[in-house]
Design a protein around this ligand. Structure first.
Ligand code: HEC
Ligand code: HEC
Length: 360
């Protein structure tokens, strides 16, 4: 008798699981909506959970991802991959932000509509720990990190509007975007779920995609696992710490690299791969830059030639490097910091005194 019990309970479990699966499908979107959606989209049966929980070493220094509304993020994800939302129907956000490349592009400049070329290198969205934790003045106040290489967009909504309406990228007006979304049958159920109504407006499109972008980031690396078990030294900047002692799970070459990174790079790029220490810096690419970066937007002299300081998560996947994609690989980047830094009146101090020479 005893022997049969597990078989019976397994059978019961099987029935239960089967029941959950079909009930779920039936209830998450209505039956009609589910049928409609499955004609056009391949959505996961259970919508992804967009809650981001940071590793302890980042939350210990006060970095917290903001809550994301799941149904808005689900809708935002569909928008992110939808080529219909571009002027010639060939480009979506994902054309230039490819998941396999940590949401970057492997080209110096990306191709937008009608084979037009962007004027800067695509930003790797997977180089950031999480957008909502320190980006966006709407979520993180005046000191927030801004979007784009020249920090010209304050919020994720401004950023998306910028990409959708940029002539080199998707080249749509926001009215055209809203009209195209409205005309595609699969958006009605997603809007219903996200906003309680199928009515499409420009602001709701931006709200949905902002929820998706704000959930993005990378925070489960080997570095994070090691940092969680190590004692940090605060470096005096909000949300930043440096790990001086060797990580037990790192090879000696990795630990040597971490030492060099802490000595030469972490004062800008951050010692815990969290919020960048500086919002912008001139790292000495050009003595007479043509692309003025942040200064081209603000007009402030000391910011002419300064760019956003990116964090370097997933950096091995995101070549080519810098705002103009000038370096094809990491060796070239390191050789630049070692021997190629150009003088500039506003070169950031650590680079001016060439600490990077401690490299060799
Ligand atoms: C044609 C290529 C292309 C398309 C399409 C595109 N992007 Fe980008 N994206 C770029 C480039 C290039 C940059 C950097 C531009 C700059 O900083 O001036 C960028 C920057 C960004 C950034 C800034 C990241 C940061 O840390 O500052 C975000 C976020 C982003 N894109 C998201 C999106 C979203 C969302 C869409 C769709 C609505 C989109 N992109 C469409 C090429 C593209
Ligand atoms: C003075 C601050 C500062 C220091 C110090 C610094 N960087 Fe940078 N780094 C920047 C800025 C600013 C950029 C973006 C520059 C641009 O594209 O115009 C950048 C870009 C990069 C990029 C390209 C990222 C991408 O997504 O394309 C890499 C890689 C990089 N730095 C690595 C390093 C390494 C390694 C060190 C130490 C040897 C270092 N940096 C030291 C400020 C700094």
């Amino acid at each position: 008798m005893k022997k049969h019990v597990p078989i019976i309970s397994l059978f019961a479990l099987f029935l239960l699981l089967g029941a959950c699966k079909s009930d779920f499908n039936y209830f998450y979107y209505s039956k009609e909506e589910t049928e409609l959606l499955s004609q056009y989209l391949n959505l996961p049966e259970i919508p992804d959970d967009y809650t981001v929980t940071f590793p302890a070493h980042l939350s210990n220094v006060g970095l917290f991802p903001r809550a994301v509304e799941r149904d808005k993020a689900v809708l935002g994800r569909v928008i992110f991959y939808d080529k219909k939302l571009s002027k010639d129907g060939t480009v979506s956000c994902a054309s230039c932000h490819k998941q396999a490349l940590a949401f970057s592009d492997n080209k110096v400049f990306s191709e937008g509509v009608y084979d037009r070329s962007t004027t800067r290198n695509s930003f790797a969205l997977g180089s950031v720990a999480n957008f909502s934790a320190y980006y966006g003045t709407d979520l993180n106040g005046f000191n927030a990190i801004r979007f784009f290489w020249d920090n010209r967009a304050e919020t994720a909504a401004d950023q998306s509007r910028g990409s959708m309406t940029n002539a080199q990228e998707m080249d749509m007006s926001m009215q055209e975007i809203a009209a195209m979304v409205e005309s595609q049958p699969y958006y009605a159920p997603l809007f219903n779920k996200a906003f309680g109504s199928p009515v499409v407006t420009e602001d709701l499109v931006l709200e949905a995609i902002s929820n998706f972008v704000n959930a993005m980031g990378s925070f489960q690396s080997e570095f994070d696992a090691e940092a969680n078990q190590s004692d940090p030294t605060p470096d005096g900047n909000f949300g930043n710490t440096v790990y001086h002692s060797n990580f037990s799970g790192f090879t000696s070459a990795e630990n040597r690299g971490k030492y060099l990174y802490n000595a030469n790079c972490s004062s800008c790029h951050s010692g815990n791969m969290g919020r960048p220490v500086l919002q912008l810096a001139n790292n000495g690419l050009e003595s007479n830059p043509i692309d003025l970066g942040v200064g081209g937007i603000t007009g402030v002299n000391s910011e002419k030639g300064a760019f956003k300081v990116p964090t370097l998560r997933n950096i091995a996947l995101t070549a080519p490097y810098m705002h103009d994609g000038r370096f094809a690989n990491l060796e070239e980047v390191l050789e630049f910091y070692n021997s190629g830094i150009q003088n500039h009146p506003y070169l950031h101090v650590p680079n001016r005194i060439q600490v990077c020479h401690t490299f060799l």
